[in-house]
Design a protein around this ligand. Structure first.
Ligand SMILES: Cc1cc2nc3c(=O)[nH]c(=O)nc-3n(C[C@H](O)[C@H](O)[C@H](O)COP(=O)(O)OP(=O)(O)OC[C@H]3O[C@@H](n4cnc5c(N)ncnc54)[C@H](O)[C@@H]3O)c2cc1C
Length: 203
């Protein structure tokens, strides 16, 4: 990011999952970018955020959690639902469940082929997915006896094993999830860390 300037080419509002990539890539392309975020930074020592096994803890932390609620839901016995939303450098990536999903091949192809979204076919997006994956860091947990037993049970019930729901012919099947987690640690990753903070510290 360009710092201490009075003029910018682009202003990006929100340093969440999307805004951080837009700001980081636009800045890397040589533009002067101002990234505005309403929330605070998360200390590297805050393991409630960074330790993936404690992912539900930040949902209770009002430093980051905005606390939006729904209105009474008539079809749910008038229950009021929590609408979780984080305000922080990292946005909802500081409290989400970290599951990494490219999105369905057929969905993108439908956009490209039937809705006129030129350049949005799955095959055209693959290099962008790969760039995000190598920058953000994606991992799967190591195999475990419990996971293996679960997948075997799904197989017996007729659900096929799918080793890679992101880069295979289909998303269907019983799958080992991929996570936005640095395997070393293991530690949660965010677009803000990888596209903005890490690049700034490198300069
Ligand atoms: C509990 C939970 C679990 C989830 N689990 C997963 C999962 O496992 N996998 C997955 O892919 N997705 C998951 N998601 C969804 C995912 O986190 C969001 O889709 C994603 O973070 C949205 O990215 P975003 O950039 O649009 O918004 P956000 O990441 O929410 O970022 C928006 C940012 O903009 C800032 N902002 C807003 N208004 C302003 C303003 N006026 N000025 C300055 N800053 C502003 C906010 O403070 C925030 O930091 C989960 C979401 C929740 C709530």
């Amino acid at each position: 990011m360009a710092e201490n300037q009075s003029e910018y080419d682009y202003v990006v509002i929100g340093a969440g999952a999307a805004g951080s990539i837009v700001a980081g890539e636009t800045s890397a392309a040589g533009y002067r970018v101002l990234l505005l975020e309403a929330g605070l930074g998360v200390s590297p020592d805050n393991l409630d955020v960074w330790d993936p096994s404690r992912w539900y803890e930040p949902l209770k932390d009002t430093t980051f959690e905005i606390g939006f609620e729904s209105t009474e839901q008539a079809n749910l016995h008038n229950r009021i639902l929590q609408l979780l939303q984080s305000r922080a450098l990292g946005g909802c990536q500081i409290h989400n469940a970290m599951v990494y999903v490219r999105g369905g091949r057929s969905t993108y192809d439908h956009w490209a082929n039937e809705l006129g979204c030129t350049g949005w076919s799955y095959q055209e997006l693959v290099p962008l997915f790969q760039q995000i994956e190598s920058t953000v860091g994606i991992s799967s947990p190591p195999a475990s006896a419990f996971g293996d037993a679960l997948i075997a049970a799904f197989g017996r019930a007729g659900l096929p094993f799918n080793p890679n729901y992101n880069d295979g012919p289909t998303e269907y099947g019983s799958v080992p999830f991929q996570y936005t987690v640095d395997a070393e640690g293991p530690r949660r990753t965010t677009s803000y860390q990888k596209y903005v903070a890490a690049r700034r510290y490198r300069r």
